[in-house]
Design a protein around this ligand. Structure first.
Ligand SMILES: [Zn+2]
Length: 254
């Protein structure tokens, strides 16, 4: 029996050691948080309650995290954090400005222009006027494709058309944006050759960073500007879970 246990215990020890190592040397860590909706009450993973969000923002501010836009990443600071919201829900417009101001934090909102034009399911979305009116001191707008399709299944040609549409519409609406892309559903071409062709294409069109999900901590400067990981903050996450996610990214060891 003991022979079976030794490798398991060894593996657990290595993982814990590695995690503690990351915790003890946090100088160039970059955490990117991923949110979607905020409502008075949360009934699903993608919606965080106002109360939880305020508790989380208050913690970040109290612990002196440096909240940044992607466009400011090159300026070095301790405890870097980027707070992101996907899809452009109307509740972001309603609740975030006062919260961000109160805790002196910033947020990046990834806009799929198709959702703004045509709506998304029955969710109220922001209008282009509302997006344009967000205070640039607290909000950065970035790309989330036009049609919000899974890029993994699309040809480079179609991806190019879709991303260009995303940028052209924001340009036409006179909404300034950073050239940072959140992959819809966190997916992108991931087979070796496809992936390198895709990344060359992102470089060609001037994309600075692209984010997936991954639930890991990043390090900045990064070797993987097109595979930055975000930590998924779920609707029901307690403040303890949130604090652990800030340290470890993911909560599962394997
Ligand atoms: Zn999305």
């Amino acid at each position: 029996m003991i022979f079976y246990l030794i490798p398991v215990l060894l593996a657990v020890f290595i993982v814990i050691y590695f995690r503690l190592y990351l915790f003890a040397f946090p100088h160039n860590r970059l955490i990117i948080l991923m949110y979607h909706q905020v409502e008075k009450e949360s009934h699903e993973d993608l919606t965080v309650s106002l109360e939880n969000l305020e508790q989380q923002f208050s913690y970040l501010s109290h612990k002196k995290y440096t909240s940044k836009f992607f466009s400011e990443l090159s300026v070095s600071a301790k405890k870097n954090i980027v707070i992101t919201f996907d899809d452009g829900y109307r509740n972001n417009f309603e609740y975030l400005p006062s919260l961000l101001e109160k805790y002196n934090l910033k947020a990046t909102i990834f806009i799929p222009t198709g959702f703004i034009e045509k709506g998304y399911q029955n969710y109220p979305m922001m209008t282009f006027d509302e997006i344009r009116s967000l205070d640039k001191k607290y909000f950065e707008i970035a790309l989330h494709s036009h049609a919000h399709e899974n890029l993994k299944n699309m040809s480079l040609d179609l991806i190019e058309k879709d991303l260009e549409k995303n940028m052209q519409i924001l340009d036409a609406q006179k909404i300034p944006y950073s050239k940072v892309l959140a992959y819809p559903y966190g997916k992108y071409p991931n087979q070796k050759e496809e992936k390198s062709a895709f990344f060359s294409f992102l470089k060609k069109i001037g994309i600075d960073f692209a984010v997936r999900i991954g639930n890991r901590v990043n390090y900045y400067p990064t070797q993987h500007p097109y595979e930055l990981c975000r930590v998924d903050i779920k609707g029901k996450d307690s403040i303890i879970k949130f604090k652990l996610k800030l340290i470890f990214g993911r909560l599962k060891l394997f």
